[in-house]
Design a protein around this ligand. Structure first.
Ligand code: MG
Ligand code: MG
Length: 280
């Protein structure tokens, strides 16, 4: 088959270093979650994140992407991903996706979450549904990974979860298929690409120690996006709001370890009947 290279696994020593990077990303996102409120600007969130990462021995790895100068991507409402932090003042009811990465000792983590500014009381009900459905699809995609299984089972599981959520919630959800997840390790973005949507092919076979970033992007309408004139910000073509959730994950012989989750993914994995397999 075309492009079906054998995947590489990482050693336990390497995974422990990736856990350091992942944990720093997870803790940065938790800090930001506590600071998202009406009146704060996206650039203020970016500075909080950069200070936290650097003061804990990390490097904001988004700044290592050519042409990008920030620590976060902050995507608001109809912005899907790659929104650039700036003077925008967040308002109650805005849907904001925060994507963050860090490099520690040469190894990388990458994760994202979506929240409503001002909390659930300030939210449109459909936005809370969208955010919950997208988060659920992330964990469904992660739980579909196992040694000996196929990488593109991730996208099938994401689409399955979104289909179930659409039927339950009575919304039309669009699973964005123009951006993909990716391998991660000594660089943030590495081969292979990991579709967060169903594809015809089955993809390469997962191996012990494989590390990848799974990151479904879902909208309250279209699957189609376009890029703004800033050459970064990705928005929905119909103006519908979007959510983006991401974790960096290690696939191990006896289960999964979510490197960017503060609890290693234990709660989310066990709730879905997937084995939690950290290096202890
Ligand atoms: Mg990311
Ligand atoms: Mg990513």
């Amino acid at each position: 088959m075309f492009g079906r290279r054998r995947l590489q696994g990482r050693t336990d020593e390497q995974l422990l270093l990736m856990r350091e990077a992942g944990l720093l990303v997870g803790r940065t996102l938790a800090l930001l979650s506590d600071h998202i409120r009406p009146g704060i600007t996206t650039l203020e969130l970016d500075r909080l994140a950069e200070d936290f990462i650097r003061s804990h021995g990390g490097v904001p790895n988004f700044q290592l992407v050519p042409g990008y100068h920030h620590t976060l991507c902050t995507s608001v409402n109809e912005e899907v991903v790659q929104g650039i932090p700036g003077g925008r003042v967040l308002e109650a009811g805005d849907v904001v996706s925060i994507d963050c990465g860090a490099e520690v000792k040469g190894w990388n983590g990458d994760a994202a979450f979506t929240a409503v500014v001002g909390g659930p009381e300030a939210a449109r009900p459909e936005d809370l549904d969208l955010i919950a459905a997208t988060e659920e699809s992330l964990y469904a995609g992660i739980a579909a990974m196992q040694v000996g299984g196929r990488l593109y089972a991730v996208g099938d599981a994401v689409e399955g979860a979104i289909g179930d959520a659409a039927a339950r919630d009575g919304h039309t959800y669009g699973v964005v298929d123009e951006y993909v997840g990716h391998g991660i390790g000594q660089q943030m973005h590495m081969d292979p690409q990991i579709p967060n949507y169903a594809v015809r092919e089955t993809g390469p076979k997962l191996v012990d120690g494989f590390t990848g970033a799974i990151e479904p992007m879902v909208t309250l309408g279209t699957t189609q996006t376009r890029v703004l004139d800033d050459d970064w910000t990705v928005v929905t073509t119909d103006g519908s709001r979007a959510a983006h959730w991401e974790h960096s994950v290690a696939v191990r012989a006896d289960g999964l370890w979510i490197l960017t989750a503060i609890d290693g993914g234990q709660a989310a994995l066990e709730a879905r009947g997937a084995a939690y397999a950290p290096i202890s």
